[in-house]
Write a new protein. Sequence first.
Length: 301
Amino acid sequence: MLNTKMIGNKIAQARKKANISQAQLAQFLFISPQAVGKWERGESSPDIVTFNRLSEILGVDLNYFSENYQSTNDGIEQEAAKQSSTTERQVQINLTAVNLEESDFAGVTLHKGKFKASPLSGADFSNADLTGSLFEVSDAHQANFDDANLTDCTFSITDLADASFRKSILVRTDFNKSTLAGTKFTDVKLTDVKLTMVDLRKTIFENCVFNGVDFKYSDLRGMHFNGQSFIGVQFDKSALNDVSFTGATLKNVSFRLPFSVTNKSYRAFKTVCFDGAIMDKLTYAGLKGLWVVDLSKVIVI
């Protein structure tokens, strides 16, 4: 017999550890917050498809939800520590919990720096080389990253509202559960970038190229990507209501709609505009297979 109380407790624990609210989790799953509340109180339980999505969103193994699950992380971490003690370590600059509001980092070189729980509002990182740096649970609204090298950087649960990324180098950059309201990306080539569980409805992309970008569980409703280029891009279970790709170029682009027991996600995707878009045959075939979107004004190459 399914132990709904135990499962509910595990969902709540993993959700809190991931710093996700019930409302946010509901949004990522395209269900009501009340349904999440019932799970965590043990009044009901997700179905098997939803369990799979929960494990992805919360970053846990599917077996985590079973009664006999035991984490092996401790043993792995101890072994890693033992190995690292025999090798030369690289010193990292740790700027954790330091008030850095309006600080001047323009032109600095800081590889693998750590900005965690640090106030960074209005900080100037223009022309800085921040390769491999971590920004986690930080307030960096209105920060300036123009012309900065952000290769292999991670922005996790970071407030980047109204920040500027003009001509920034974004290669394998990871934006995870971060705030991008009013954030402006101008003349940027995003290469192998990940945007996971991000609300992009008020984000501004101007003259950008998206190469190998993954949009996962993100909210893009009402976005305009007119005239921009998408190469090897995946839109995975993201909200795309009223998104416009007018005049955009799409090559090897995949659209994976959110799971729904009704036709809700298909009805939402029907509102996407591809008028004047240029796309390769594979992208066209994938879209055509969804049956709902209007491709009458698409140019196939």
